[in-house]
Design a binder for this molecule. Structure first.
Ligand code: ADP
Ligand code: ADP
Ligand code: ZN
Length: 227
């Protein structure tokens, strides 16, 4: 890793179960604040599609709704964080997901003189997550997220952002896998709420409301945490 290129001014973490709205909100924060979204889920899906060693190791675990090994995820995140565009500031979406990952992130940031501005917990109930995940789809071209009921394109079948008519659904967004993903969240990721509370950087947002109201609450937190 070339740590010289990491000069990230802001580090924000979005914590929350699958379907909480992390990706949706991270993209809105990118647009509003010029930050870069780092989604370990997206990075892992790209590794699976490219057939890299990490992707081969991750594929079956992701399909089953488990967590990919800390070693693989930390290596992928570290490489991405070292890329030049991250100097604008980053929103970590879906990382860290275990205490080992959180400690690795602290170490990585301390090596480069950075700190976490805020870790924001998106609070939703389990029933809402299942509904959100089962209706989720994305633009195959630009990655914009949609939902069968809660966020439909203005013109049916056409992406609002890029005009593409190619949409896709994730292989792991099915009823069987959701249970595993929620269990993994409660067992391995939820303890991070106390971890960041102890560090004094935890913020919480009620993520049961509508997308724009949550974006407004998050925007206010980001403004306070980065100035
Ligand atoms: P995560 O990245 O946390 O897994 P997403 O941002 O992909 O979650 O959101 C999951 C699904 O729920 C998507 O289909 C998205 O359009 C939808 N969604 C996101 N936020 C809300 C919300 N506040 N209310 C209703 N649906 C939402
Ligand atoms: P969601 O938040 O909707 O569950 P993600 O796209 O963040 O989806 O993650 C999809 C899958 O990728 C996870 O179920 C898990 O298998 C893997 N994954 C993503 N991020 C991590 C991480 N930080 N640690 C371990 N596994 C991860
Ligand atoms: Zn698009």
């Amino acid at each position: 890793m070339n740590t010289d290129v990491i000069t990230t001014p802001a580090v924000l973490i979005l914590l929350g179960p699958p379907g909480a709205g992390k990706g949706t909100q991270a993209r809105m924060l990118e647009d509003a604040f010029g930050l870069v979204q780092l989604s370990t889920g997206d990075l892992l899906r790209a590794a699976v599609a490219a057939g890299t060693d990490a992707g081969k190791a991750a594929k079956a675990v992701m399909e089953a709704g488990g967590l990919v090994s800390d070693e693989i995820v930390i290596a992928i995140l570290r490489d991405r964080l070292g890329e030049a565009d991250c100097a604008k500031g980053v929103i970590l979406d879906g990382f860290p997901r275990t205490t080992v990952q959180a400690e690795a992130l602290d170490k990585l940031l301390s090596e480069t003189g950075q700190k976490i501005n805020a870790a924001v917990s998106l609070d939703v109930d389990d029933a809402a997550m299942v509904t959100r995940i089962s209706g989720r789809y994305t633009c195959g071209n630009c990655g914009e997220g949609y939902h069968d009921t809660f966020k439909t394109p203005t013109k049916a079948g056409v992406c609002d952002k890029c005009g593409s008519t190619d949409f896709k659904r994730r292989a792991d967004d099915n009823a069987e896998t959701v249970g595993q993903r929620l269990a993994a969240y409660h067992e391995q990721t939820a303890p991070l709420i106390a971890y960041y509370s102890d560090k004094g950087v935890l913020k919480s947002v009620d993520a049961m409301g509508d997308i724009d109201a949550i974006a407004k609450a998050l925007g206010a937190i980001v403004e306070t945490a980065t100035t």
